[in-house]
Write a protein of this length. Structure first.
Length: 247
């Protein structure tokens, strides 16, 4: 019996606490998180020629994040284009000779193979050259620069961490009993402490796929309506659901 009491005490102590206020409304502690963020890494070995943004700087989708010095790569691309053009011309001539029975079948097959190989090499160089600049995949801000201008980097080297601040999610932990009425699309308001308690409209976008058996809680994700540039990931506050929503 003694061991059972000790085990029960430890289990209760380990249960997560839901920050909640109850009354005419249900209020739950929330934190803002970015809908998406990314750590941009180099895909080529080259020197960085431009890093136009600094920590905290805002950018739009398609803006330049990193520019590499690709003089050697561009020269290799020009060479690959010339080889591919020469292989295509040789193949066309050999096809004509074959039609006139002036060229053996083996020579024609070899010409076709060389032309295909040259086209493949050209495609590789075009893809490599396309990595000479990195553009922003979404609107956002720079979290942290991890490289410096004129630095030589290798593939896989992290360069810049970015976060999407145009679309913020609201994460909260609620009792599983609320799922009887709390559904996707349910509306609520969020009071952000860093904004002096200013309220923002939001709605539920996802409900966790699992109920925690020990605490009987579920993770809820919401999204703040509209775009609010003053809000940043990491801010916190309270989500308020009207008590009438239960009906």
């Amino acid at each position: 019996m003694r061991w059972f009491i000790i085990f029960l005490t430890l289990a209760i102590t380990a249960m997560p606490v839901i920050a909640q206020e109850q009354g005419e409304t249900d209020k739950f502690r929330v934190q803002l998180t970015a809908y998406q963020q990314s750590s941009i890494a180099s895909e080529i070995a080259a020197n960085i020629s431009r890093l136009p943004l600094k920590d905290g700087a805002a950018f739009h989708r398609g803006d330049l994040l990193v520019q590499f010095d690709c003089s050697i790569i561009k020269s290799q691309l020009s060479k690959a284009e010339a080889v591919a053009e020469s292989s295509r011309s040789t193949l066309n001539v050999n096809k004509r000779l074959s039609e006139l029975n002036a060229l053996g079948n083996l020579e024609l097959v070899q010409s076709i193979s060389r032309a295909k190989e040259a086209e493949a090499d050209l495609m590789v160089m075009k893809v490599t050259a396309s990595k000479c600049s990195i553009k922003a995949p979404f609107d956002g801000r720079v979290l942290k620069l991890q490289a410096d201008p004129y630095q030589y980097v290798t593939p896989g080297k992290p360069l810049i961490d970015i976060v999407d601040t145009s679309r913020l999610e609201v994460k909260m932990l609620v009792p599983s009993s609320l799922l009887a009425w709390l559904k996707t699309g349910a509306r609520f308001s969020v009071q952000i402490e860093e904004m002096g308690g200013r309220s923002y409209p939001a709605h539920v976008v996802r409900i966790g796929a699992k109920i925690d058996a020990l605490s009987q809680t579920a993770v809820i994700a919401g999204e703040i309506d509209g775009r609010h540039l003053e809000l940043l990931p990491g801010m916190s506050g309270w989500a308020t659901f009207a008590g009438g929503k239960r009906k």
